[in-house]
Design a protein. Structure first.
Length: 659
């Protein structure tokens, strides 16, 4: 258990933490939430003891062991991964040797009631407890188990730590922390460099941890599964909620509603008191009452109005130009790096309007496939063809090289923005939380989250109809992720994305493409649908879906592998056929309406030009108004006809694809 009491901290003129106080009990799992810049990592550093507060303190029992994982770490070690992990056990290995020595002394002792014997017996009990807690006798198997859970292969454990990228070095640091099994785990964005499968494993491991956990996270599904307390930082103040993340949102909404009512009631009370003071201020008979009201006003503790959350981005994609039906067609696509094959034989078609998630364990080839689709990397074999009128934007996971470090935020934005939006540049950047002087910041000093927001802001100005997004939510806070989710749901172009945020995938995608064992397989629906289909298949011993072919549409009945699939195919055909018949009837009716209104417009125009009406001002005004109304109805009818025509064409294409 630890207790945070009265912690205050300023960064310049900004009061980052205001009298922050809360407790985390033994065995509790808590999350710190709040927008980017709220002070979450700062609070975690204070609890970890790497940053001192101006006032206040953090207290916990003297024997408490604390394990802290910062957001970034520079693991400068020439040791192998396995030997680096074994460093965690150096102290407890020394404990084991000390136990052997104590056992020898205890065996030689003759007076078991002596104070000296009791002292060494107590020491032995402590050492035994530590060796049992750290499970020293299963050290090698535990290292293999934890590092495998974090995505390392057995042969990786023999490789030097220096051979691994920054993301994998963070995994090594996380693995060491888990192996140390401290009383208190302090984790700052532990899922940032993990894929979904590894996040699931980590959640399971942390669920079994007997100590206390306090984490900073933006992973909503991860927090919902794991935590039972939420610590929110709101304008420097700490508010504590019992329950998981979703439950904290409900309680937060209730709290804000109560605060709004209290604010409104107090404002009414203050207005009435001020009205009394103003009315009777200069009447001698009411002087005592007026002074009483003034003193009351001075003593009242003002209730703050709940502020609207201004810390999330406000983002809407521009309308996407219409592309052809087939957006991307890949044939025989494969990629190898030397003798290592990443994937092969990928035949895949992406259709207009689809929102597809690429999933798979780290190293499966998700980012590699994205780079090939974005024409940033050449395939070993095969081809990628873009459909007609396709214009794409690519958001790379770690690629900030396209941001010039010496540019300012505003200058970098304007360097890629079209002239048509240059006059709105500050407003757009403000929507992405670059307000005031922030637009003059150099790119070189921006945080990871700020760079992500700037790159998304630049995408806002584009006119693409295909977005290739590799981990777009990295470094975004929860509110910003929600805004991006909403924007992508409303986006009328096509999307292919990689993300480890399960909620994000569930709320955005319409198809999941899994890369596994060098093969690519397709699952309709969102990420939860994908997990369900995989789980059902594994439970019944059914094979995985075949690799993706050039069309995701269902095949003809003769190719179906089961009666249920043939039944579903026929049902789809019947539904689309009925929809097409209805669309054609409505299209015919719309054509008749357009023709009728066109004829009516010509009749009114003829009457307007009739010489007999030339001197009748009232009649001319009436006819002009009638013509204007009819032309308006005609324009609406023509727009409806166009929409119906497009819908009918889409249904015809869908029916044709079904065979």
């Amino acid at each position: 258990m630890f207790d945070v009491s009265g912690v205050n901290l300023h960064f310049g003129a900004r009061h980052v933490l205001r009298d922050a106080s809360f407790k985390v009990e033994d065995g509790e799992r808590a999350a710190i939430i709040g927008p980017n810049g709220a002070g979450k990592s700062t609070l975690l550093k204070i609890i970890a003891g790497t940053l001192a507060p101006e006032t206040g303190q953090v207290s916990y029992p003297k024997t408490t062991e604390i394990g802290y994982l910062p957001q970034e770490i520079d693991l400068k070690s020439d040791l192998s991964v396995e030997d680096e992990c074994k460093k965690v056990f150096e102290e407890v290995l020394a404990h084991e040797q000390e136990m052997r020595d104590i056992e020898h002394k205890m065996g030689e002792a003759t007076d078991h009631a002596s104070e000296e014997y009791q002292t060494i017996a107590d020491r032995y009990d402590y050492l035994l407890h530590e060796t049992m807690r750290r499970d020293i006798y299963s050290m090698d198997s535990n290292i293999g188990k934890v590092m495998s859970g974090l995505g390392f292969k057995p042969e990786d454990l023999k490789r030097p730590c220096t051979e691994f990228s920054g993301g994998w070095q963070m995994r090594i640091a996380l693995g060491k922390l888990l192996l140390s099994n401290p009383d208190i785990l302090l984790l700052d964005e532990p899922t940032n460099h993990l894929d979904i499968e590894t996040i699931e494993w980590l959640g399971t491991w942390l669920s079994s941890h007997e100590g206390s956990i306090l984490m900073v996270s933006h992973e909503r599904a991860f927090m919902d599964r794991l935590v039972n307390k939420v610590v929110e930082i709101d304008r420097g103040r700490v508010i504590v909620y019992r329950g998981n993340y979703t439950q904290s949102l409900e309680k937060r909404a209730e709290r804000r509603e109560m605060q709004q009512r209290a604010y409104q009631n107090q404002q009414l009370e203050l207005a009435q008191m001020q009205k009394f003071i103003d009315r009777f201020r200069y009447q001698a008979s009411k002087a005592a009452l007026v002074q009483s009201r003034i003193k009351q006003l001075e003593r009242i503790e003002i209730v703050e109005a709940p502020e609207e959350d201004q810390s999330t981005i406000h983002f809407k994609f521009p309308p996407a130009p219409r592309s052809g039906k087939e957006v991307i067609v890949s044939e025989g696509l494969s990629k190898s790096f030397g003798s290592v094959r990443v994937f092969s034989g990928v035949d895949m078609t992406v259709y207009r309007g689809e929102k597809i998630a690429l999933v798979g364990v780290n190293g499966a080839g998700k980012s590699t496939l994205m780079r090939i689709l974005a024409e940033k990397l050449e395939a070993s074999t095969g081809s990628v063809k873009y459909g007609s009128s396709v214009d794409f934007e690519y958001f790379a996971q770690y690629d900030s090289e396209d941001l010039h470090p010496n540019n300012t935020v505003l200058g970098e934005f304007l360097s890629r923005a079209p002239l048509s939006v240059s006059d709105r540049a500050r407003g757009i950047l403000g929507a992405f939380l670059f307000g005031g002087d922030d637009v003059e910041k150099k790119i070189s000093v921006l945080s990871g989250g700020e760079k992500t927001r700037l790159r998304l802001a630049r995408m806002l100005c584009g006119k693409s109809n295909l977005l290739l997004l590799d981990e777009p939510t990295n470094h975004l806070d929860i509110g910003s992720r929600l805004t991006l989710e909403s924007a992508l749901r409303r986006y009328d172009g096509s999307v292919i994305l990689v993300s480890h945020d399960r909620y994000f995938l569930d709320n955005v995608v319409t198809r999941v493409v899994e890369i596994s064992d060098g093969q690519v397989r397709s699952y309709p629906g969102n990420y939860s649908d994908y997990l369900h289909m995989k789980g059902v298949a594994e439970e019944h011993g059914q094979p995985a879906p075949p690799p993706v072919t050039s069309s995701p549409a269902p095949r003809s009945g003769s190719e179906m592998s089961s009666r249920e699939e043939r039944k579903r195919l026929n049902a789809d055909k019947n539904r689309i056929t009925n929809d097409l018949k209805k669309a054609r009837r409505e299209l015919e009716s719309a054509e008749e309406e357009v023709s009728r209104l066109d004829e009516h417009c010509r009749e009114i125009e003829n009457r307007l030009h009739d010489p007999s009406n030339a001197t009748n001002a009232d009649e001319l005004a009436r006819l002009a108004k009638q013509l204007q109304d009819t032309q308006g109805r005609q324009a609406a009818a023509e727009e409806r006809w166009t929409d119906l025509q497009v819908a009918a064409e889409d249904l015809e294409e869908a029916l044709e694809a079904l065979g």
